[in-house]
Design a binder for this molecule. Structure first.
Ligand SMILES: [Zn+2]
Length: 220
């Protein structure tokens, strides 16, 4: 058994959702853990591929019980057992969706995170999404690359997008091309924001860059 939740951090030192070990209510349901008496052992891997924490989940209709060991720093291993209530909500189009009630705040959530001794919701662990902390330019760059892959175009900025892939409708090609141009404009604009910020720091206000002139020059 392992400790829980080493996790990743963003540039401001806040722990990010994406770096934490997590429990997904739908996943546990698929494993049959909404049936009383069913037992499943869950294992995680660390970011380096090494074995991470593990736990035993004991199923139930209204609640599952999590059993695991944890330790703080070099302290001794301690056994922890936590009962987590479940809620099942009917879906509009049939079937039902399973949720946890966070053991601390009782809010209804799809996922719990092992960011400490207990598995709790994102809010209780004060976790943030990596994407909410990253620059708009990074998001736009990823979007641009994804769209370019769809067209089989070269991955870059300002490079040729065409020709239209065989079998693709012209309208689709034009729509994706438009989206690529929009994403690239976002990347350039964010780059300008960064450049202006750097210039303000160095006190060179006279050379402030305005607008989107010579956009391609920053990236070639
Ligand atoms: Zn909570």
């Amino acid at each position: 058994m392992g400790g829980l939740g080493s996790g990743g951090h963003n540039s401001k030192g806040r722990r990010i959702v994406e770096g934490q070990y997590r429990l997904d209510a739908s996943d546990l349901k698929r494993r049959g853990l909404c049936r009383t008496g069913n037992i499943s052992h869950l294992y995680w891997k660390g970011s380096d591929g090494a074995p991470g924490p593990s736990l035993k989940a004991i199923g139930g209709e209204d609640a599952i019980t999590l059993v695991y060991s944890w330790k703080r720093g070099d302290g001794p291993w301690q056994q922890h057992e936590e009962r987590v209530a479940l809620r099942h909500h009917e879906r509009h189009f049939g079937g039902c969706e399973t949720y946890f009630l966070c053991p601390r705040c009782a809010c209804t959530v799809k996922r719990l995170y092992g960011g400490g001794v207990r598995y709790l919701c994102r809010t209780c662990h004060n976790l943030v999404h990596a994407s909410t902390q990253e620059r708009p330019g990074n998001r736009a760059t990823r979007k641009n690359q994804k769209l370019r892959r769809k067209l089989g175009a070269e991955i870059g900025l300002g490079d040729c997008i065409g020709p239209k892939p065989k079998g693709m409708h012209r309208k689709t090609f034009e729509r994706i091309s438009e989206q690529i141009h929009a994403a690239e404009a976002e990347v350039y604009d964010d780059m300008l924001v960064l450049l202006n910020r750097m210039q303000r720091r160095t006190g060179n206000h006279s050379a402030r860059i305005s607008g989107s002139q010579n956009r391609g020059d920053f990236w070639r």
